[in-house]
Write a protein that binds this ligand. Structure first.
Ligand code: GUN
Length: 283
């Protein structure tokens, strides 16, 4: 038996349709500003994808692509200007940032009401307190995907492999808020397989290609692959592969593909967060 494929694009389309309908009821189309620093090709490609999708659903958006040599003070000045501009509803600073810029200083500087990434400590705290306001896009997108496909979360055993601030930690809070029993495993976890085999919902967010092998998965489990790893195949071309080994499809009950699983959910959730931020600002 091969696992049911939990495809992202149709679910992302449902989320986007809802966001576009809500946006049309606001006094002005929500306005998202995306800031990138430097020339990392992967980051620039993600930023282009976010801007393109924003335009497709009718959101106003601007990209500030700053030079690799941008100082922290210059970036903070731009953020201050965007914070003060009432016509800007959402601000996203693409991560990672070059070494001369302290990520924490930047995330603290963004107005929490415009923080469409949900990375400001105030939004992080509200999420862990069980009062989520703006929540990180990839974890929120995963929750929407699970709900849309009717995967039961309340009472389920969820294991997340990876403890990043972008995915593992906020997803743990969201799953806990939805009444799952949550374990966060990581690179120092002893006997990882004995932990992952407990999972009804297994989330691989470690950034290690093929980390999750069939022997690590409980038969019938729902497996969410957050990995986006660029690897060179023998044909000399670059391919995207996830953190889940392809043979897991023979054991899991349901599985997200890479590409075309979680990735489109992240972008859709960013735009939904932008509409949410605008709604909160207009309320
Ligand atoms: N880099 C990789 N994922 C993300 C994300 O969700 N938000 C931001 N700002 N940067 C990222």
């Amino acid at each position: 038996m091969s696992a049911r494929v939990l495809a992202g694009p149709p679910v992302a389309a449902a989320l986007l349709a809802d966001a576009a309908a809500r946006a049309s009821r606001l006094p002005a189309q929500p306005n998202l500003v995306i800031v990138s620093v430097g020339d990392d090709p992967a980051s620039l490609s993600y930023v282009r994808g976010k801007s393109r999708k924003a335009g497709e659903v009718g959101l106003r958006n601007t990209v500030h692509a700053l030079a690799e040599t941008t100082t922290q003070a210059e970036l903070l000045t731009l953020i201050d200007t965007l914070n003060r501009d009432d016509d800007v509803n959402g601000i996203l600073v693409q991560l990672p940032l070059p070494a001369q810029i302290a990520e924490a200083a930047v995330l603290h500087a963004i107005d929490p009401r415009k923080d469409v990434d949900g990375f400001h400590p105030l939004n992080v705290g509200e999420l862990w307190a069980g009062r989520p306001a703006l929540t990180p896009c990839t974890p929120a997108g995963i929750m929407f995907l699970l709900e849309h496909h009717g995967v039961p979360v309340a009472g389920a055993r969820a294991v997340i492999v990876g403890r990043s601030h972008l995915v593992g930690r906020p997803l743990a809070a969201l799953l806990l808020n939805a009444d799952a029993t949550v374990t966060v495993a990581h690179s120092r976890t002893r006997d990882l397989g004995s932990v992952t085999r407990e999972a009804d919902i297994l989330v691989a967010a470690a950034g290690t290609p093929g980390l999750i092998t069939p022997d690590m998965v409980k038969p019938g489990a729902t497996v969410i692959d957050v990995g986006i790893n660029r690897v060179l195949k023998p044909d000399g071309k670059g391919h995207l592969v996830g953190d889940v080994h392809p043979d897991v499809a023979g054991v899991a009950g349901a599985l997200t593909p890479v590409p075309g699983g979680v990735g489109p959910m992240t972008v859709a959730q960013l735009l939904a967060n932008t509409v949410r931020a605008a709604e909160l600002q207009h309320a």
